[in-house]
Design a binder for this molecule. Sequence first.
Ligand code: KIV
Length: 266
Amino acid sequence: MPDVTLTTLQGLKQKGEKIVMLTCYDATFAKTACDAGVEMLLIGDSLGMVLQGQDSTLPVTVADMAYHTASVKRGNRGAMIVADLPFMANATTEQTLNNSALLMQAGAHMIKLEGTAWLAESIRLLADRGIPVCAHMGLTPQAVNLFGGYKVQGREEAQAQQMLEDAKSLEAAGAAMLLLECVPSELAARITRAVQIPVIGIGAGSDTDGQVLVLHDMLGLSLSGRVPKFVKNFMREHGDIPAAIAGYVKAVKAVEFPAAEHGFSA
Ligand code: KIV
């Protein structure tokens, strides 16, 4: 059981205090992030790109996720651990249950699934069996081939309205948290106000209940050299890794990050 629980997160949303999440893939960084005040550690399938050097998240397996989740668990000091179900690991109901169970047994406290309203059945199934779910909406990198690239989602009003309805239906299905990636800041704010559960954003403006960044991005490390607009390099300002992570925590809590320049308009 983590020190940070769903009750903690609900309390932070109600108080209007921002929630800080960071991706993490090993024990040493888990401890470093916890010492810096990070409340949620995400073992993202971004590990395919930042650790393995793949050109997308699609090659990541459940075994990869379980290995890194178990590593993070060993270094964790009270954060809530969220693990991604990788590409196609929730293609069927049976796979969803079995693969989520593997990641929970490896040390996750919550499972993150990418998708839209079609996730409702899986979310209900997992929640009924005691597994909290974070629904990842907007730019879902596992669908990059469908989107035709890493593009901002929800810019047109019809799509924005659909995303708002989907968010409400996933909350009704039992989602414990939403994560919005690369959506216009104004839409993210509307969704955050429309649901009771915490909403974490990345490239979604400053009005969500919390923020997440990919660890390597915020440390200024990049294989491709392409840095998304929503990223801030905290190493440049703070000089060493523990200070950079502490600087990120402080900036999110003070609502100084993300700034307007890190967000997208409709
Ligand atoms: O895989 C990941 O790291 C993620 C974040 C970008 C939110 O899903």
